[in-house]
Design a protein around this ligand. Structure first.
Ligand SMILES: [Zn+2]
Length: 565
């Protein structure tokens, strides 16, 4: 949505002759105007006030956070001479002297800008740096602003580095980049770095409201919130959308920019419909869900976007579940908020994360399907069907409390206990549309952390699983017998079927992941039982699993993991 929204041409289409794009018109004129960048502003202000002016500045942050704006502000701050022409470098440039105005209008001879995205070569940078050794024409400093500096070719970087290593005192460099990791460290080390933050929704709403007021435009709070959300941290993008919304409303003869108008303009599906659809699916009402999908399709919605909307909703509900303050997101209307909170309460984390996985898988299917609508229908049916399945955690609890889990029907996958009949589905799937249904037992969501202490061979197998080396993980669990395990050293005896390079592969991965050398070798000794055999033994001894196995005589233990879904 930002693509079309940030196109200023689209915004100016219907406007008057003297119309200026809002983002340009309200470009910050002093550091204190840079919203949401307090830390950067403080450091810059201190540096300039105390005369500790760096040779180079590196500004980094996502697109639209104000990198070039900040660069120009620094250029002004360094060169401002004040209204009386006697001032020095100042964190608060006057905005009226020849230098301030010249820079603001992009026509100052001593402030040279280059966009490295379009001029990446050695000749471009040579041309730019050609005048480095000459003193500035009128300003205090010659300022070189290089935008998207990471795009420069290697040769161009080297040329730049030569200047950076021994820069004349009258030269300052300001670099901007969206990808700081692509900037060579030799360049980085010669610059003072500033990380511009994505601007918070609240700050954006305040800015947009202020601009709207100065433009004498009325904008509904809901519309403002939607614009801030679509802006995704970028003041410039948000102002472009606001622009477009205001001129659209004016063009239609409307007094006020309404929430609905912005929604239509951004092509956002009505959130209420997304909620309705998810509600239907989670209550297992596939028929209604398909009806809603077709309504949306008939109204012009792209089926793939419907899945994306559902994914976004599931993600948000899960976040609300984990930290309820998320529900206070100002990008949301009050009705959505209340409805979301109710839903989040009724759904368990296990069910939400299962839905997320199914939708995510479905999304890629829908994208590659010849008929996306059909694919999305299948996804909804699958989800509605799965809403009837108890999560393994719930099935265990049902057994524990003496409840009866019905025997497995013909097509049950071995791991998942039976699709329960509707009567018990409400409790088991963890969802009922009515909040007063019995409280849902909540399986604990186990966080997987990156850093894993490898205290045992089982830890090693688990690490492979987490790193998505599923095949190797399975081999480690089923096909090798551990002979010796200590920190940095593993000896095992593989089955005949195990690949010959297994030990080498395991060692290589471990060394890479842990940053520590691991030696894995094959030895010809009996060794322990496989991890899988050990798990199975433990599981069979567990009374709960025992009763599960009795309830589902056809079920087999396939996978035993600590965190259920
Ligand atoms: Zn000035």
């Amino acid at each position: 949505m930002t693509d079309t929204a940030s196109d200023p041409a689209a915004a100016t289409g219907t406007s008057a002759a003297n119309y200026r794009v809002l983002a340009r018109k309200y470009r910050p004129a002093r550091f204190t105007d840079l919203i949401g960048q307090e830390a950067v502003v403080r450091t810059l202000t201190n540096a300039i006030t105390s005369g500790r002016i760096a040779q180079g500045y590196m500004l980094t942050g996502v697109r639209g956070v104000g990198k070039t704006t900040t660069a120009r502000l620094i250029a002004r701050a360094l060169n401002c001479i004040g209204p009386d022409g006697n001032g020095g470098a100042t964190p608060d440039p006057c905005g009226v002297c020849v230098h301030c105005t010249g820079i603001a209008e992009d026509r100052h001879v001593d402030v040279l800008e280059m966009d490295a995205a379009s001029r990446t070569g050695i000749d471009d940078i040579r041309e730019l740096l050609d005048g480095v050794r000459y003193r500035p024409t009128s300003a205090r400093y010659k300022v070189y602003i290089v935008d998207e500096v990471h795009m420069l070719s290697e040769k161009a970087f080297n040329a730049l580095l030569k200047t950076l290593e021994e820069p004349p005192a009258h030269v300052k460099f300001i670099f901007a980049t969206t990808e700081i990791r692509k900037v060579p460290v030799t360049v980085l080390s010669r610059c003072q770095r500033f990380d511009l933050r994505r601007i918070e929704s609240d700050d954006l709403i305040r800015l947009f409201s202020d601009v709207a007021k100065r433009e004498a435009a009325k904008v509904e709070p809901g519309a403002m919130a939607l614009i801030a959300r679509a802006a995704d941290g970028s003041a410039r993008d948000g102002l472009s959308i606001l622009d477009q919304a205001i001129s659209q409303a004016a063009g239609a003869g409307d007094q006020t920019v309404t929430e609905q108008a912005v929604r239509d303009m951004l092509g956002l599906a009505d959130r209420a419909r997304v909620f309705d659809l998810f509600d239907a699916v989670m209550t297992g009402d596939a028929k209604s869900a398909l009806g809603m999908l077709h309504d949306q399709y008939a109204a012009g919605a792209n089926p793939v976007v419907v899945v994306q909307d559902l994914l976004e909703l599931v993600h948000w509900l899960t976040r609300v579940k984990i930290s309820p303050e998320t529900a206070r997101d100002p990008g949301l209307a009050e009705t959505e908020r209340t409805r979301g909170v109710t839903m989040a309460k009724a759904l368990s984390v296990a069910v939400l994360s299962r839905s997320w996985q199914m939708l995510l898988k479905g999304l890629s299917e829908a994208r590659s399907a010849p008929l996306p609508l059909q694919a999305v229908e299948m996804i909804l049916i699958r989800l509605a069907y799965a809403s009837d399945l108890p999560t393994p955690g719930d099935a265990l609890k049902t057994l524990q409390s003496g409840g009866v889990v019905p025997a497995a029907p013909k097509v049950t996958p071995a791991t998942t206990p039976s699709p329960a009949p509707r009567a018990m589905a409400v409790g088991s799937s963890g969802y009922s549309p009515t909040p007063q249904s019995r409280p849902i037992a909540e399986p604990v969501a186990t966080q997987t952390t990156e850093a894993v202490a490898l205290k045992s061979f089982a830890d090693v197998a688990l690490l492979f699983e987490r790193k998505r080396e599923i095949k190797l993980a399975a081999l480690l669990k089923r096909s090798v017998r551990l002979v010796r395990f200590e920190d940095g050293r593993i000896e095992f005896n593989p089955d005949k079927g195990a690949p010959a390079d297994l030990a080498g592969l395991v060692g290589k991965h471990l060394t890479q992941w842990t940053g520590q050398r691991w030696v894995v070798s094959v030895v010809n000794a009996a060794g322990e039982k496989t991890l899988y055999e050990q798990d199975e033994e433990r599981a069979k001894a567990d009374p709960l699993i025992k009763s599960l196995l009795e309830a589902f005589p056809r079920a087999k233990i396939d996978r035993i993991s600590r965190a259920e879904e």
